[in-house]
Design a protein around this ligand. Structure first.
Ligand code: BGC
Length: 769
């Protein structure tokens, strides 16, 4: 449709019909037998409105979508098609590593491909819009949603956000296989105080703009069709009603002209924040802030008409919002092709196709971070090996946002190892499997205990078909649970069996981790160590075997103090997705080498949270071992530095990085400097290293982080091979938000660090004239 026709369509719509476009409901309400009951009517959802709502959340499946669309369009006064939206986060049915794991690849181009594959599968299944990427900057491992982010760095997050937007959307939203992306959660949601989900966010405007906003902006600049508001307040004002954030920053400064959708029920939640007296005021404030779609409350449905008729909201504001929604439908080509790609045959063809599975395996391999290795990895093929722990035979490797992925599509580690060596793994005496315990005491909080008694006893079993918490999440409206509890005696027996297996083995692989529903939305955690029962398993196994490799599954950085002391090797595998187990087997046996780098610091312990590498120096910086006095910015009992810092990760070979060489010592604003190092593979295996460039502005009108990532390069080198890597530094790398409130550089001295992680001391200096 051309713009003129869209405008004519808008002009022909009644106020009620227009407001319908601004309302989103779940697909279940379109079911044949769905009735709008009393409470729904109370909320403002009438049968009439259902014939006019603009979009649907959580429904997918080509046939289902087509049926709903067909029936709806017959009744809709202007035959305007519905938009179908879904959380396609780290994949659709083929599940890729969680976004935090994708961040560890330091390879945004790979995430672009993953997003593209997810778009293809979901589009075939009738989805038009995904609520991704989430690009909230995260610093606090207590916050369960760190798993949905690509980490703590604004530069890295920006690259990933833009890449994912490109991957989902392609060049043309109407083209086959493309869906619209929604950058979320605007803004600052990752700064939840004390890591408690939905909690207040307190950020200075400076910190917000310097650290938190850039990656949303990058997604918008990449053309994201939608933005989602965040649940939190910022400076005391909920984002969803925050005119400064939504009008001044998002629309005016960032020039975002796409659709702004509220987060789930966030408009109504402005009442509970204590910002609005009732639904009418909430609707008024959200509309005034320019929120186009009300996700899942009746605030717009019930109040917007009256607000317009009473002159409290100008009808032009509604027109503006509805035009944006119609425009999105038009960009997706829905007026001409209301089913877009929805096609049962195509679904069967693309979903879980070989190409997507291969991509999932590649992404998983590249997401793994080798945190420690004292010669334990790669495993020796001929040695007697015991695989122990709750994740040796577990299909729940996808993470909590994989709402479409099915455990039955996922191989287990046991299967992957068996496949590698043929069927006779146990019979040949080479490898054995011992059980452990998953331990769920961290779940036994009051809230969880209410509905999940089975978890409250602190122990659940782990062997094949082990603890399954229904991963239906909101798609079906509840967090289900189906546990397989085991008695204390059974748990003791498993432990004994595991220890016996470890005793006999020459090398042990302990597959440990969080439960996959322990990270994600509303999964904040005050304790970020492994459950006690797993630590006990770890201790007892280490007591009888000193060659233990820990394969660690988690959606967040964990406190690994004890593990890091006793294990010979630690491989962080996050939630690796559909092909995760095969990828782990590839890496354990050296068919592939690990190459991931941490996108988020692993704190020494929870007391450090929030911790991040790009901190300020303070007036009393602490230099361990060299402090002149006691009054330094430090802890009495723990170090300042995280256990494993941002950018850190080992591989199966070693690299040397030569001292940083600059081609000149001074530069002007329109000039440039090239910083060079030579990287050499000093080990005996081929390997990939990610060389990172950090800058530090030594004195500035607003204090600068001690280091800021400004570039990186992945290099693959054969043993003995070396390569020179050059980074070009221009004014673009030096600008920051100065005391003038402008993005500009300031003359003075800068440090350049180039190395293998954010703690490198390999440095040189130059001066900006
Ligand atoms: C989450 C969003 C998500 C939405 C729709 C909310 O609870 O915060 O990230 O997109 O639900 O499922």
């Amino acid at each position: 449709m051309r713009e003129k026709e869209l405008r004519e369509l808008l002009a022909d719509m009644s106020l009620e019909e227009k407001i319908g476009q601004m309302v989103q409901v779940v697909g279940g309400l379109f079911a044949e037998d769905a009735t709008i009951t009393g409470p729904m009517q109370e909320m403002g959802f009438t049968q009439e409105l259902m014939g006019q709502v603009g979009s649907v959340l959580g429904t997918f499946g080509a046939d289902t979508v087509k049926e709903i669309q067909r029936k709806y369009m017959e009744k809709q006064p202007h035959h305007i098609p519905l938009l179908f939206m879904l959380d396609v986060i780290n994949g659709f049915r083929t599940v890729f590593p969680i976004p935090l794991g994708q961040g560890a690849t330091f390879e945004p181009e790979l995430s672009e491909k993953c997003a593209q594959a997810a778009a293809k599968e979901s589009a075939a299944s009738g989805v038009h819009v995904t609520f991704a990427p989430m690009t909230d900057l995260v610093r606090d491992a207590r916050w369960g949603r760190v798993m949905e982010s690509t980490g703590e760095d604004p530069y890295l997050n920006s690259l990933f956000c833009a890449a994912m937007v490109r991957g989902f959307q392609g060049d043309d939203l109407s083209a086959k296989g493309n869906i619209a992306a929604c950058v979320k959660h605007f803004a600052g949601y990752g700064g939840a105080t004390a890591g408690r989900d939905y909690n207040t966010v307190e950020l200075s405007d400076h910190t917000l703009r310097e650290f938190y906003l850039p990656s949303y902006k990058a997604g918008i600049d990449a053309g994201a069709a939608l933005v989602m508001t965040s649940f939190n307040t910022l400076g005391g004002i909920p984002s969803t009603g925050n005119k400064y954030l939504m009008r001044d920053v998002l629309r005016d400064e960032f020039e975002f002209d796409g659709v702004l959708i509220s987060d789930w029920a966030a408009i109504e939640e402005m009442i509970y924040h204590g910002y609005c007296a009732d639904g009418r005021e909430a609707a008024k404030r959200a509309a005034a802030a320019g929120v186009d779609i009300d996700m899942m409350t009746g605030c717009y449905a019930k109040n917007l008409c009256a607000l317009v008729r009473d002159g409290e909201i100008p009808e032009e504001a509604v027109d503006e919002a509805v035009y944006r929604i119609l425009e999105l439908k038009n960009r997706l080509g829905l007026f001409e092709h209301p089913y877009k790609d929805a096609d049962g045959e195509l679904e069967r063809e693309v979903i879980l196709c070989d190409a997507h599975r291969r991509l999932a395996r590649e992404a998983a391999v590249k997401s793994f971070v080798l945190l420690k290795n004292e010669g334990a990895l790669p495993l020796e093929k001929d040695r007697k090996t015991a695989f122990i722990g709750p994740y040796t035979d577990n299909r729940n490797l996808m993470g909590s946002w994989s709402i479409i992925g099915k455990p039955e599509d996922v191989g287990t580690l046991r299967e992957a190892v068996a496949e590698r060596f043929g069927a006779g793994v146990q019979a040949d005496g080479g490898s054995r499997y011992g059980r452990g315990a998953l331990g769920q005491e961290r779940f036994a909080s009051d809230a969880q205990a209410e509905g999940q008694d089975a978890l409250a006893d602190g122990t659940i079993s782990f062997h094949a078909g082990s603890p399954v918490l229904g991963n239906s999440m909101k798609v079906e409206g509840f967090l289900g649970s189906a546990e397989e509890p085991c008695s204390d005696a059974e748990a003791e027996a498993m432990l004994a069996e595991a220890v016996a297996a470890a005793k006999e083995a020459e090398q042990v692989v302990l597959a440990l981790g969080e439960h996959y529903l322990q990270s994600g939305e509303a999964k904040s955690s005050g304790i970020i160590s492994l459950p006690e029962i797993q630590l006990r398993l770890f201790r007892e196994v280490c007591a009888v075997n000193d060659n233990v490799t820990v394969v660690l599954f988690s959606g967040r950085p964990l406190d690994l103090r004890e593990i890091s002391q006793k294990a010979k090797a630690i491989l962080e595998v996050w939630w690796p997705g559909t092909e995760g187990a095969a990828a782990i087997a590839d890496v354990l046996y050296g068919a592939s080498s690990p190459s991931g780098k941490l996108p988020m610091s692993f704190p020494y312990c929870v007391g450090q949270a929030p911790v991040h590498y790009n901190e300020y120096s303070t007036g009393r910086p602490h230099h361990p071992g060299a402090d002149k006095d006691f009054f330094r910015s430090r802890y009495l009992d723990i170090p300042n530095k995280p256990l494993y810092p941002f950018g850190y990760g080992l591989t199966y070979t070693s690299f040397s990085v030569s001292p940083v060489k600059l081609d000149r010592g001074e530069m002007t604003r329109d000039g440039q400097i090239t910083a060079r190092v030579t990287v050499k593979n000093t080990g005996s295996r081929p390997g990939t290293e990610t060389i990172q460039l950090y800058l530090h502005d030594i004195a500035a009108s607003v204090v600068r982080p001690v280091r800021e990532l400004k570039g990186f390069r992945k290099v693959e080198l054969q043993p003995g091979e070396e390569r020179e890597i050059g980074f070009t530094i221009t004014d673009k790398e030096l600008v920051f938000l100065t005391e003038n409130g402008r993005w500009e550089s300031e003359a003075g001295e800068f440090e350049v660090f180039i190395g293998s992680d954010s703690m490198t001391e390999n440095a040189a200096r130059f001066r900006l004239l």
